[in-house]
Structure formats: structure tokens, C-alpha cells
Design a protein around this ligand. Structure first.
Ligand SMILES: NC(=O)N[C@@H](CC(=O)O)C(=O)O
Ligand SMILES: [Zn+2]
Ligand SMILES: [Zn+2]
Length: 349
């Protein structure tokens, strides 16, 4: 019998899908990420959205200013694609060296997506430029058609948007963000090497039962919404497969308690406080801890054409209690994932 692994040393990981917000919220959540991850792809869905390189540069500086002393953290910026993004802005993004992707939010699909794309055809010129210069397109892959069942929105998006996109821009580098279904897992696996996906820890750990366990659970509500167990199993297989197409993206998406525990509450799970530990738990449960480093520390950097990190982190299998809440805004607290429960792996140091 193999002795169970209880300590783990891996190359310092990166988070390829993260919401940091701004202002006081940014200052509250950034230390959690900076303690664990060397870099993160920072989502542009602020109010107003980050649509220009000038805005991305200013936001990047606000993030750098909020990094706690003694920690090193590199924000990798993104632009929010709109119907009117000029191709010239894509060129400016590339030459800036600070923008690493352009995010496609179908209008109305998720938090702060009102300015999102209303039709792919409207951005054809920008997408063509991205394909030409190798700028990745990061996709929130859900249709917004109210006729489509909420659990089917990702699968339908593949047929209505992803396949035509791949047909029209075969060389475009695409990250299918926070995939949640067997359909997306199969699509990405079968696609050429320029199509990859991020997978969140919460979609690896939970199925949709968690939304209703003991009552309605707003802190498990995120988009795309949790799916049934067979889908979770498919995501686990992808994440632990060793395929470089799948890499870590927490989609940690903080919303204060008062925006979550309310009618029409916001979508998003806050996981940055245990951003790598939760993945260790999921990989451990799948007997695949040896596959964690590739997924968390290598494949994302390789896809984005960035160097792998040189330093390491250590994890130990030692449960720690997650508090009921943590500071967020002057008048609101943040309820972290697993609040009042334990996480099985701890970060050392
Ligand atoms: N994932 C979420 O449920 N919410 C994200 C937006 C997103 O990633 O779709 C947010 O910004 O709150
Ligand atoms: Zn999203
Ligand atoms: Zn997100």
C-alpha cells in the first residue's frame, strides 16, 4: 500500500481567473491571493468596466499599491471586450506588455456584464486582430437567452458561439473560462492546442446539491451555476489528466454578505482565502496530488507564453477552520467558501 502523501512542495502557482474588485474591497481581498499566487489574470468587470489600456494600467497600479509589504504579486491585466472595441486598442494592449487577454462577456450573462458583447459579429475586426497577434480571448461561456434552461447555458453556448468562433477564427487563442460541464470538457479536449480552459476549485468540489443542502445556500451560488455530479466528475478527470489544456482559475468572486443574502443575490464564491488549498483537497480526494503542480503552476504560464515561476510553496495535510466571515467593506463582511467548516490542506509559511 502507498503511504498517503501529507506534505507537498510545488512551484508557486498562478491564478488564471480572478476578481479583485477595487477600492476597499481590493485592499481587503488581495492579501489572500498574494500570499498564495505569484500572478493572476485579473478580470475587468468593474463598474465601469476596464475597456481601455489606459484604464487597465491605472487599475494595475491600484492593485500594485494594495500588495502587502513583503509579498510579491504580479497582476496580469485584461480588457473587457465590447461591441465597439477598436482593433487599434488590441495593438495598444499588446505593445503595453501589461494586458494579457481580452474578456468576452455575453451582455447580461453575469456580474457587471451589461456592457458586454451583444453579437460576436460586432467584434469581428477586434477578434481578427487578436487572432493575428496572438492575444488570447477569455470567454464567459454561457448564452443569455432566457428560453435556455440555466443548467444548459454552457452547452448551448458551445454550439451557438464557440464552434462558429473556432470556424471563423481558427488560430484565435481561446480560454473557455470556469468550465462546468461534460460538454465543455469534451469540447476543449477535442479542440486544437490554441483552445484551453480554466477550472475552479468549487466546481471540482461541489455539485448542484450544495445549493440546497439544508436550505438555500447563497454562498454556493455562482455563475456558471454548479452542475450535477457527472459533470463534476468530468471536470476532475480533466484537471487531473495532465493535459496542458486545463489549468487553475479560482474565479474567486467576492460579494459582501448583504449582496449575497438577499432576494436576487449576486453570483460568486469567494475562495481566494484557500485558493490553492482547496485544489489540493480536490486532487487529494482524486488520488492525483502528483498532477497538481502542472495544473496549478505550469500549464497556464505555458499557454499565456509567460515564464514558469522559480520559487516554491509548501502545503501540508492539516485541517484548519475557516472563519464565519472576514473584513470586506466598511459596512459589509465577506463570507468565505467553507465558512465555519474546515479545509483539509494548509499553506506553510
Ligand atoms: N463567477 C461569478 O459567479 N461571478 C463573477 C463573474 C463571472 O466570473 O462570471 C463576479 O464577478 O462576481
Ligand atoms: Zn464568468
Ligand atoms: Zn469570473
Amino acid at each position: 500500500m502507498k503511504t498517503p502523501v501529507t506534505t507537498l512542495s510545488i512551484t508557486r502557482p498562478d491564478d488564471w481567473h480572478l476578481h479583485l474588485r477595487d477600492g476597499m474591497a481590493l485592499k481587503s481581498v488581495l492579501p489572500d491571493t498574494a500570499r498564495r499566487f505569484a500572478r493572476a489574470i485579473v478580470m475587468p468587470n468593474l463598474k465601469p468596466p476596464v475597456t481601455t489600456v489606459a484604464q487597465a494600467a491605472a487599475y494595475r497600479q491600484r492593485i500594485l499599491d494594495a500588495v502587502p509589504a513583503g509579498l510579491s504579486f504580479q497582476p496580469l491585466m485584461t480588457l473587457y471586450l465590447t461591441d465597439n472595441t477598436p482593433p487599434a486598442e488590441i495593438d495598444t494592449a499588446r505593445t503595453s506588455g501589461i494586458v494579457h487577454g481580452v474578456k468576452l462577456y455575453p451582455a447580461g450573462a453575469t456580474t457587471n456584464s451589461d456592457a458586454g458583447v451583444t453579437g460576436i459579429a460586432k467584434c469581428a475586426a477586434a477578434l481578427a486582430r487578436m487572432e493575428k497577434i496572438g492575444m488570447p480571448l477569455l470567454v464567459h461561456g454561457e448564452v443569455t437567452d432566457p428560453e435556455v434552461d440555466v443548467f444548459d447555458r454552457e452547452a448551448v453556448f458551445i454550439e451557438r458561439v464557440m464552434r462558429p468562433l473556432q470556424q471563423d477564427f481558427p488560430g484565435l487563442r481561446v480560454v473557455f473560462e470556469h468550465i462546468t460541464t461534460t460538454d465543455a470538457a469534451d469540447y476543449v479536449s477535442a479542440a486544437p492546442a490554441n483552445v484551453a480552459a480554466t477550472i475552479t476549485a468549487h466546481h471540482l468540489l461541489l455539485n448542484r446539491n450544495a445549493l440546497f443542502q439544508g436550505g438555500l445556500r447563497p454562498h454556493h451560488y455562482c455563475l456558471p451555476v454548479l452542475k450535477r455530479e457527472a459533470h463534476r466528475q468530468a471536470l476532475l478527470r480533466c484537471a487531473t489528466s495532465g493535459s496542458p489544456k486545463f489549468f487553475l482559475g479560482t474565479d474567486s468572486a467576492p460579494h459582501g454578505r448583504r449582496s449575497k443574502e438577499i432576494d436576487c443575490g449576486c453570483a460568486g464564491c469567494y475562495t481566494a482565502h484557500a485558493g490553492i488549498e482547496l485544489y489540493a483537497e480536490a486532487f487529494d480526494a482524486a488520488n492525483a496530488l502528483d498532477r497538481l503542480e502542472g495544473f496549478a503552476s505550469f500549464f497556464g504560464a505555458d499557454f499565456y507564453g509567460l515564464p514558469r515561476n522559480a520559487n516554491r510553496i509548501a502545503l501540508v495535510k492539516q485541517p484548519w477552520p475557516v472563519p464565519a466571515e472576514q473584513p470586506f467593506l466598511a459596512d459589509d463582511m465577506l463570507v468565505p467558501f467553507r465558512h465555519n467548516e474546515t479545509v483539509a490542506w494548509s499553506l506553510q509559511g
